[in-house]
Ligand binder design. Sequence first.
Ligand code: B12
Length: 501
Amino acid sequence: MSANGYRLKMRCALVIPAWVPEDIFSSKTAASQINYWQPLGTLYVAAALREAGHEVKFFNGAFITHEGLLRDIQEFNPEFIGIYSTTFGWEKAKKTAADLRKITPLHPPLNKGGIEGVFRPFICAGGPYPIAAQEKCLEDAGQWIDAVVTGEGEVTVVEMTERLQAGKSLSGVMGLVCRENGKVIKNPPRPLITDLDSLPFPARDLLGDANLYIPPPATYRRKPVAVLITSRGCNRQCIFCFQMDKTRESGIRYRSVENVIKEIEHCLGQGYREIKFLDDTFAADYNRAMRIAEEIKKRKLDFTWFASACVNQVDKPLLKAFKDAGCWAILFGAESGVQKNLNTIRKGITLEQIRKAVKWAKEVGLKVSTPFIFGIPGETFEEGLETIRFAIELNPNMANFHAITPFPGTYLYDNLERYGTMSEDLTDFTYQGAAFIPYTMTKEDILKLRQIAFKRFYSRPSFILKRLLELRSFNDLTVAFRSMRSLFWLWAKEGIFRHKV
Ligand code: B12
């Protein structure tokens, strides 16, 4: 027991606030769109706290109600609580902190932090929104939250818990904004972790039933599916993308191929059969990507995988190597069918490069997924229709049609007035909510384009026939049924989007 009553082995709860698919999607189509990838970032923080000797439990509100979450956390009775938040999830994160504060502890008080006689767990927030909003989160959440982690969490949370145990001030802990004796302390940002190989593997064992963490239907082949990241950061300048390092000056930090392979083997040892690589650009280093594929093949590692790459960083031999190593699908960020709009979002690719990459991927037998976005600054409704025509011309196996979103911390958010207007409602900050409206379109235009896009792309008889001919398992059948149901509601024009067109 440390001098100020914190156990040397602190009980640390890491929490994803409660949310349901209907918070983002219409109830009629949520089943065919919902994604439950593992919360990798939070699992990295969990692994770091555990490696520092703390007892860590993970509570995921994607699968527990808010009340259930509060009950389970009360039972665990943590001294340290870390709450994850995206922009969309911030209101929920605040509510979770507020209600956790109201929970009366199950055992007598230990530290001097709180009011005499009442144990007061230390609550901090982390994740994309706190990283972008920083002290604004503290002001907004008032007494409910004690600190905000303003960058990568692994080192910061361990240093924080050490200071708490020693009863020392948190002043000077890099990558942290906190409140002490009523005053807000903004510590300097923590440099990004360069030696990623030094980090313990994400604590996936804390997830409980791994089969709960399934990607959207038709985007995985085998279960359970793990997500894994082989590098951090991106050196591209897309105006809508949230990155830890806004400037991108830190570029991409790579893990060694050996370290990546070790984690893959670790996941296979845990029973995973598919891996989704979360790297923003898996092939940014061509030779490294080739080596990872060759190593997977050489070691005959039995799993299927899915990765994202940039169209001008791949060629046919690399995609063939991916295929031969168990990759079954590749996601190319196509975004728009109009070159002017690709230039506006600073994507740094051409329509021709998109056509070539999709063609090569198909030729080597990979399934292709291409997301598109509507509402690009300067985009017209007619250009939006051109993007739909381009999507149909490319004819990928999966296409998604999002609304561009000005996430805090992005270039689009920081230069908003130049481009358009933004919703005040943080729950609109999903790829569906149309939180940004360019001066050249209306919100209805964006929602209409998404509706037309899904309807035209997925209702083509050739596409439906190809999907039916590809059915191989009962799972495929359920996926097809869900997609047909969404398609029906699409046509029925009823309840497809939260916002009426
Ligand atoms: C996995 C993932 C998911 C998973 C799991 C999310 C979760 N945690 O519950 C699922 C599929 C459920 C999901 C859903 C959504 N997501 Co998502 N998701 C991701 C993705 C692809 C990877 C996150 C990751 O693990 N990164 C790798 C790790 C190493 O980095 P990290 O997460 O930043 O973690 C570090 C720090 O943030 C911090 N940290 C992380 N967690 C915690 C927790 C605590 C307590 C602390 C102190 C620190 C801390 O330390 C970590 C290690 O250094 C990111 C894109 C990306 N590349 O980051 C988008 C991303 C986080 N998602 C995003 C969005 C918009 C959504 C949705 C709204 C999508 C939608 N449908 O519309 C929903 C909202 C869900 C919600 N409850 O809020 C945006 C958020 C942008 C923003 N500023 O809000 C991102 C950044 C994508 C993007 N670029 O636009 N997502």
